[in-house]
Design a protein around this ligand. Structure first.
Ligand SMILES: [Zn+2]
Length: 227
């Protein structure tokens, strides 16, 4: 669900704009532009401009289209096709959505936005494929913690290789927070780390350093050699 927070931030709705100096405004503008780039062209897109508008009779059709257009592994797609998938607005790419956990076992999106779909499908896969290793003391009655994965996100936050700059930026936000936009960081929220990096890369594992990409091997296929 963190996508909602990010969509709010990227739209500027979550940011107090008053009293900013030129320099801060420039910095904020760049940050928001970066977040927009990271979280996709669907954010702020005008109704009717989606190339997919009107194509989907129901949420299931959109889900299957997303599963076909992004590099989900065949096994992940098989699991994810068992998840009921509802979309409130089938004609516009409205951001945001929810995965209602292994108990509720369903996904509901606001609109046909690819980023929101990939994000919630990543949440669903991690729960249903048994990705998490540990229950949280104050959490739901299923595992939601994965400490080795979290350690690798921490490592990626300081990754110097420019090929992984997008993921480094996201991981840095997750691990250290960003006072500039009032984001405190992810703390122990491994599900949001996992789904956030899934939608932040849209399944392109070439954007992740190998020590991080390995955790997504069951969800996304690696890029083809030479591509
Ligand atoms: Zn989420």
């Amino acid at each position: 669900m963190l996508l909602l927070l990010w969509v709010g931030v990227a739209d500027g709705r979550g940011v107090k704009g008053g009293g900013m100096g030129q320099q801060e405004g420039g910095w904020l503008g760049r940050t928001l532009a970066t977040l927009r780039a990271l979280f996709g062209a669907g954010i702020g897109a005008e109704p009717g401009r989606s190339r997919t508008s009107g194509r989907f009779p129901d949420g299931t059709a959109f889900r299957d289209d997303v599963l076909a257009r992004y590099p989900f592994t065949p096994d992940a797609a098989t699991i994810l096709r068992t998840v009921p998938f509802a979309v409130k607005n089938l004609s516009v790419p409205v951001g945001g959505g929810g995965w209602y956990g292994p108990d509720g076992r369903r996904i509901e999106l606001e609109g046909i936005q690819d980023e929101a779909a990939v994000h919630e499908l990543a949440h669903a896969w991690a729960d249903l494929a048994g990705f998490y290793q540990e229950r949280a003391a104050d959490g739901p009655p299923w595992p939601i913690l994965h400490r080795p994965f979290r350690a690798d996100v921490r490592r990626a936050a300081d990754e110097p290789d420019p090929r992984y700059r997008r993921v480094q930026f996201l991981a840095h936000q997750y691990e250290y927070g960003d006072p500039g936009i009032g984001f405190p960081g992810m703390f122990e929220n491994d599900p949001e780390r996992f789904a956030g990096l899934a939608s932040g890369t849209m399944g392109d594992l070439a954007l992740m350093p190998p020590y991080l990409a390995r955790w997504y091997a069951g969800l996304f296929s690696p890029p083809e050699p030479g591509v």
